[in-house]
Design a protein around this ligand. Sequence first.
Ligand code: 13P
Ligand code: SF4
Length: 331
Amino acid sequence: MSIDYKAEIERLKRELDVTLVAHYYQRDEVFEMADITGDSLELARKCKADDNPWVVFCGVGFMGQSVKVIAPEKRVLMPKIACCAMARMIDGSYFDDSVDYMVKHGIAKEDILPITYINSDATVKAKVGEMGGYVCTSSNAFKIIEKGLETGKKILFVPDRCLGQNFAIRMGLKSCVIGEGECDPKEADVICFNGFCSVHQLFTVDDIEFYRNKYPGIKIAVHPECDPKVVQAADFVGSTSQLIKYVNELDPEQKVAIGTEYNLVNRMRQKNTYVLSSTKPECPTMNETTLEDLYRTLKSIEDGNPINEIHVDEHTVKYANLALERMLAIK
Ligand code: 13P
Ligand code: SF4
């Protein structure tokens, strides 16, 4: 007999002390089952405030890890331990190499303030925490960079070169990317690691021109992980939650093309809303989690044999937590 996954998931949620969490990029059928939904920043805040001892997190690895770092007493399971492609572009040794690069170019280590996008492994966050730095998300990067600048230090921004450059442009700062052309840390305020999101690189200025030619007056709204040229050409740039708010507040007759992950855009879709791409820009790893995975993970708690549990060692928790808490303290 086949299992009714939805009914079983509802039953297990009622019977277990578990909170089900899903990022906006999850498949609709998984997203609909969640108790807590949101973008990266909202999920971190809401999970910290939640009382249940068990968290089942539908998202990518760094998100589940961040909950474990913020609330180490919780048992965090992930139906799929899926990796964010951008987060995989940097590890502890690449981070050290970036610091060394700046030191070799005449910046003392004490004069570097590292900021890591939340899309990074806990070991990178720990290194950032140890150096007095911050985590940021796409919702609060402006405030965090502003805070970092108050120290008078050079900002090392990892791993997303696009986010780093986009916020530097918006704030009137000079930026450069290590490994891309001449990157002299002495001449720049924000020195970026050369990572990127392969999903958000799919949106191009040609896509924007296509939509503007087809529908004169259309608004273009994009995520700050898009290339700076795309962001410069757009009408609005914002994190996942900021994009949702922007689109919801538009006149229903206003056409808008949105440059971010497909599941989210599809959920927002009304008659005047378009995906800013001729492709289907799904995040492959976010898309991996299925209802069956979710059911099996919850069932493993009921059976007393939890699967896919997130573990982070004590040293990493201690220092990654410093960097995350510094971020959460900024309202
Ligand atoms: P948000 O911070 O907007 O949730 O973005 C996370 C992410 O992975 C975007 O690709
Ligand atoms: Fe990572 Fe990009 Fe997927 Fe976001 S959309 S989780 S940055 S690969």
